[in-house]
Each structure stands twice: as structure tokens, then as C-alpha cells.
Design a protein around this ligand. Structure first.
Ligand SMILES: NC(=O)c1ccc[n+]([C@@H]2O[C@H](COP(=O)([O-])OP(=O)(O)OC[C@H]3O[C@@H](n4cnc5c(N)ncnc54)[C@H](OP(=O)(O)O)[C@@H]3O)[C@@H](O)[C@H]2O)c1
Length: 332
């Protein structure tokens, strides 16, 4: 059993769900510590019916902690993960900072659980838009080897944290009331709008969020030959990312085979009955740990192509659930 566990960034959008998951699941630990910045240090969190004071993140706090699950901005993770690792505390980190470091495993437990065992103190959990995509890719890759993926995302505002959630609600109210609203998490109005940029401007006209989907996918599958062409779009949806995916395989997979492969994959739920208006939507997938797939059809533009629609709760499987599953791998 893990004696002492810490949740770093316990007050954030992902940290809140990690707390819920640790309450829901029978995760074995002796003592728990909640950490955040000076903004939240000193406030209290109710966990399993008991009040806990939020402590300030600092190096010494890891002296008697065995396992930390971190959900902080990248610059904070860059600093605190080494503090923990130097003190023999293993960190499962949600941030983007360590994911592509060759010494740091990037793990989705349904795909590469064995990678977690190679850790040197830090294990990364992927970007939320990557996690649901690679889960959907896994059975198709195993059956027919994926050559290429074209993916367009429709990403919820909760992907931008507590402030992103507030911006959608407060910005929408202000827009309807014809008031001015200063967006904090977004560089444009998100209420009644779409923003085709998530993250910063990177190489060749792609954004940082899009390049995460390319590189993280190749690292998780250990296969640089998989080509991914992403377009990431922020949409005025509170929670759950949706993705339109076109997947081209070396070996042909029919729609029926794909439906069976998805249905047999742990963590995937098929909802696919267009005639009766049944398909995954954020409104029905929120709060669920599964990745939902529907609208499965042949890609009319290529011989070995499949098109489908994939929805997952970005705060749960896209972040907190995946991190807690990694922690469970370490605890067993
Ligand atoms: N949201 C998603 O869907 C999602 C999915 C996958 C990965 N992630 C990643 O997970 C991380 C957290 O995202 P989030 O959406 O939960 O963000 P968030 O809602 O903004 O929460 C950030 C958390 O980090 C803490 N924090 C900020 N600065 C700190 C500092 N200097 N020292 C200690 N703690 C500090 C905050 O504490 P205070 O209360 O003290 O400010 C808060 O608890 C990010 O790296 C994000 O990219 C997010």
C-alpha cells in the first residue's frame, strides 16, 4: 500500500475530479495531502467527510510523500516534479511539460501499461485530446495497422481549467445581456463562437495542442510511422471533447468489423444508431469514464478508410481518470 499520497493542484478543474475519483474508487493509501499555490493555501477541502487544509506547494512537503498526482500549469510542473523525484516521491503528472522527455513514460493504461514500470520518478499522462483519440485508434491499429489519421476536435471550455469554465458561463450571460466581458482563458470571445486555435503557434502553421496530438500518439504507440493531421477547435461546450476522425489502415477494416472491435475494447462504448438519432454527445457523455464512439462509416474518399465520431469527458478519462489509473498501476 502507498503510505502517503499528495494531490498537487487539488483546487483546479482536474484536481477536483481526482478528489472525486479517489473518493469513488477504493484507492489504497494511508495519508493524503492537498497542495496548491498561495492563492488557495489555507483554504479547506472536504474529502471523505473530513476537512483538510490546502497546503502550499514547496520542496520539503515531499519529504514524507510516496506518490503525487499533479495537475498544475506546465511551468509549475517543471519545477515541482524534480523536487518530488529527488525525495523518492513518484509523480504522475498531467501537465504537458514532461510528456516528450525520453526519460519520462507517457502512459494510457489500456495501451502501454508496461511503460509505467520504466519510470525514473516521473510518469506523464497525455493531453486530453490525445487520450481519447489513441483509445479509439488502439483496436483499429491492432487489427489493421494505422497509416494515417485526420482528426478535427471540438474541445470544451473545461479543457482550459476553472477559468475556462467560468469564461463560458459568465461570457455567455454577458453576451446575452449585451455587456462587455473580459475573457481570461481565451484570446477571443468563446460565447456563441468557435476558436480554431488551441495553444501557441508552432511549426508549419500548426498549434502546440495539434502537435501534442502528433508526437504523443507516436510515443504512446512507440511507432513514428503513424501520421496524424489535426485541427483543434475550441467550442462553446462546457465539458467533453468531441473528435471527428478519419483513420486509414494498411489492412481494410469494414464498418461491421470496426463496430465489433470498438465494442470489445475496455473503456470504449459504441453508441451508433443514426436512424434513431443515437450518437455520442457531450450532454450524455459528461461525468463518464468511457470514451464513446458513433457515426461509424466508410471513408468515401479512400479505400481503407473509416470515419467516426468520438466523445470523451476531458476532465475524467482525458485527465483525472487516466492519472488515477496510472497511480493504481503503481499501487498494485
Ligand atoms: N482541463 C483539462 O481538461 C485537462 C486535461 C488534461 C490535462 N490538463 C492539464 O492539467 C493541468 C491542470 O489543468 P486544470 O484544467 O485543472 O487547470 P486549473 O483549473 O487552472 O487548475 C490549476 C491548479 O494548479 C494550481 N496551481 C497553479 N499555480 C500554482 C503554483 N504556482 N503552485 C502550486 N499550485 C499551483 C492551482 O491552484 P490555485 O487554486 O492555488 O490557483 C490549481 O489547483 C494543466 O497542465 C493542464 O494542461 C488539463
Amino acid at each position: 500500500m502507498i503510505e502517503s499520497i499528495a494531490i498537487v493542484g487539488a483546487t483546479g478543474a482536474v484536481g477536483r475530479i481526482i478528489r472525486q475519483l479517489l473518493e469513488e474508487r477504493d484507492f489504497p493509501y494511508g495519508k493524503i495531502t492537498f497542495l496548491a499555490s498561495k492563492r488557495s493555501a489555507g483554504t479547506t477541502i472536504t474529502f471523505k467527510g473530513e476537512e483538510h487544509e490546502v497546503k502550499l506547494l514547496c520542496p520539503e512537503v515531499f519529504d514524507d510523500i510516496d506518490l503525487a498526482i499533479g495537475s498544475t500549469p506546465d511551468d509549475v510542473a517543471a519545477e515541482f516534479c524534480p523536487w518530488a523525484a529527488e525525495r523518492d516521491c513518484v509523480v504522475v503528472d498531467e501537465s504537458g511539460y514532461w510528456r516528450m522527455d525520453p526519460k519520462v513514460p507517457l502512459v494510457v493504461p489500456e495501451i502501454n501499461p508496461e511503460a509505467a514500470a520504466q519510470h525514473q520518478g516521473i510518469i506523464s499522462s497525455p493531453n486530453c485530446s490525445t487520450t481519447q483519440m489513441v483509445l479509439a485508434m488502439k483496436p483499429l491499429h491492432d487489427a489493421g495497422k494505422i497509416r494515417r489519421v485526420i482528426v478535427s476536435t471540438y474541445q470544451a471550455t473545461s479543457g482550459a481549467g476553472v477559468q475556462g469554465q467560468a469564461d463560458l458561463l459568465d461570457g455567455s450571460r454577458a453576451f446575452l445581456d449585451d455587456h462587455k466581458y473580459d475573457y481570461q482563458a481565451f484570446s477571443h470571445r468563446i460565447a456563441f463562437n468557435l476558436i480554431p486555435q488551441i495553444g501557441s503557434h508552432k511549426e508549419d502553421g500548426y498549434t502546440s495542442e495539434e502537435m501534442k496530438m502528433v508526437y504523443e500518439t507516436q510515443k504512446i504507440f512507440g511507432d513514428d510511422s503513424i501520421k496524424v493531421c489535426p485541427t483543434c477547435v475550441r467550442v462553446p461546450v462546457e465539458n467533453c471533447h468531441s473528435e471527428s476522425m478519419l483513420v486509414e489502415t494498411e489492412k481494410k477494416i469494414t464498418v461491421e468489423q470496426a463496430r465489433e472491435l470498438f465494442a470489445a475494447t475496455p473503456g470504449i462504448e459504441v453508441v451508433d444508431d443514426l436512424g434513431n438519432g443515437l450518437y455520442p454527445m457531450p450532454s450524455i457523455c459528461t461525468g463518464d469514464d468511457r470514451t464513446f464512439i458513433g457515426r461509424i462509416r466508410e471513408d468515401l474518399s479512400c479505400d481503407n478508410g473509416l470515419a467516426f465520431w468520438c466523445v470523451s469527458d476531458n476532465l475524467r478519462k482525458g485527465a483525472a481518470t487516466n492519472a488515477v489509473q496510472i497511480a493504481e498501476l503503481l499501487a498494485t
